[in-house]
Design a protein around this ligand. Structure first.
Ligand SMILES: [Zn+2]
Ligand SMILES: [Zn+2]
Length: 343
């Protein structure tokens, strides 16, 4: 089969590789669409240590079952599916508690790190265990289904906190996850929904997706703007979707006393933390990692139009052109968001 192989850091090769075989309990999927994730772009130069070459990246995908392994009974050749980007073991303590995103033996598709290498979906075929599969609703295009994963991350973060009718909510960061949060939060009954970012084009999208207010933190003091917007009270809930000292600091400062903060972004492994604000204002702080169990809800909402992936997709391109698109994303070409590749 043809695959887009990260041959060495920052160098891709679209070439022939052996197709995977579905093991017992696995299915082979003919990949129809696979999105380029920010983590792939960050990883391609070696800076994250999680894309050690050679590796086939790609974990945001959808396709058609092309073959089934031994013991697969509920899935058939021809089924349209997407799958969880995290391959969980199903047997460890956390899996048995249903906390599959915290699995002790968690392996992310298309990741190659110190502990493991798991080829992903920038290829004609990928083999995955049947337990991570989800059926696509009729009529949902593969390109949209490929964006289930980022939306599921947003839904999971919303589940981590509790939002009460008419709560004021701020989302710090308007990248893919921050904007997915804005879209999804519209359905939670929150009142004022504020989006903060440094890019006007992304803030304009946030507005389109239902943000009631936008704040450009490159142009004004965002902490002051948020206080002004909330009559000096602060927001009830903050979502942090970047993961840097300045943005986490802003999220923590923006919530009212006793408010809640969901930390989703983690670009930086360590940050400076405003301890006294968190302690003396009795904030509830929740980490939120990946997703668990939110895929069916996202697929349903996509099918019914409650979530709209189309505005996120900047381009569709054949897998053979993948290297050039990775390069454009790596150079942070303005206006580029999600690029979906077709094997
Ligand atoms: Zn991703
Ligand atoms: Zn497990």
């Amino acid at each position: 089969m043809k695959a887009l192989v990260l041959q060495e850091y920052k160098k891709f090769d679209h070439r022939e590789v052996p197709a995977p075989q579905p093991a017992a309990g696995e299915v082979l999927i003919a990949v129809k669409a696979c999105g380029i994730c920010g983590s792939d772009v960050h990883g391609m130069d070696g800076s994250t240590g999680r894309r050690r070459p050679p590796v086939i990246m790609g974990h945001e995908a959808a396709g058609i079952i092309a073959a089934v392994g031994m013991g697969v009974t509920v899935w058939s050749v021809g089924d349209r599916v997407t799958f969880d980007s995290t391959i969980y073991c199903g047997e460890c303590e956390f899996c048995r508690r249903g906390e599959i995103n915290l699995c002790d033996n968690r392996r992310v598709l298309g990741v190659s790190c110190e502990d493991y290498r798991r080829d992903g979906a920038f290829a004609e075929f990928v083999a995955v265990p049947q337990r991570v599969l989800y059926r696509l609703p009729d009529g949902l295009p593969f390109e949209h289904a490929a964006l289930v994963e980022p939306f599921s991350i947003a839904l999971h973060a919303i589940r981590r906190v509790s939002i009460v009718l008419n709560d004021t909510v701020v989302v710090v960061g308007a990248g893919m996850i921050g904007l997915a949060l804005v879209q999804a939060l519209r359905h939670t009954g929150c009142g004022r929904l504020i989006s903060v970012d440094v890019a006007d084009d992304r803030l304009a999208l946030a507005k389109k997706f239902g943000a009631t207010d936008i704040v450009n933190s490159a142009k004004e003091n965002a902490a002051e703007a948020l206080l002004r917007l909330t009559h000096n009270r602060g927001t009830d809930v903050a979502f942090e979707a970047v993961g840097l000292t300045a943005t986490v600091d802003l999220a923590l400062r923006s919530v009212r006393k006793g408010g809640a903060v969901a930390l989703v972004g983690n670009v930086a492994p360590k940050i400076e933390f405003p301890l006294q604000i968190a302690v003396t204002r009795e904030l509830s702080i929740f980490g939120s990692c990946s997703s668990r169990g939110e895929y069916p809800a996202v697929l349903d909402m996509l099918a019914r139009g409650g979530l709209d992936p189309a505005p996120f997709i900047s381009a569709f391109a054949p897998l053979a052109d993948g290297a050039a698109w990775f390069d454009r994303l790596y150079r942070k070409e303005p206006g580029l968001m999600k690029v979906v590749l077709h094997p």
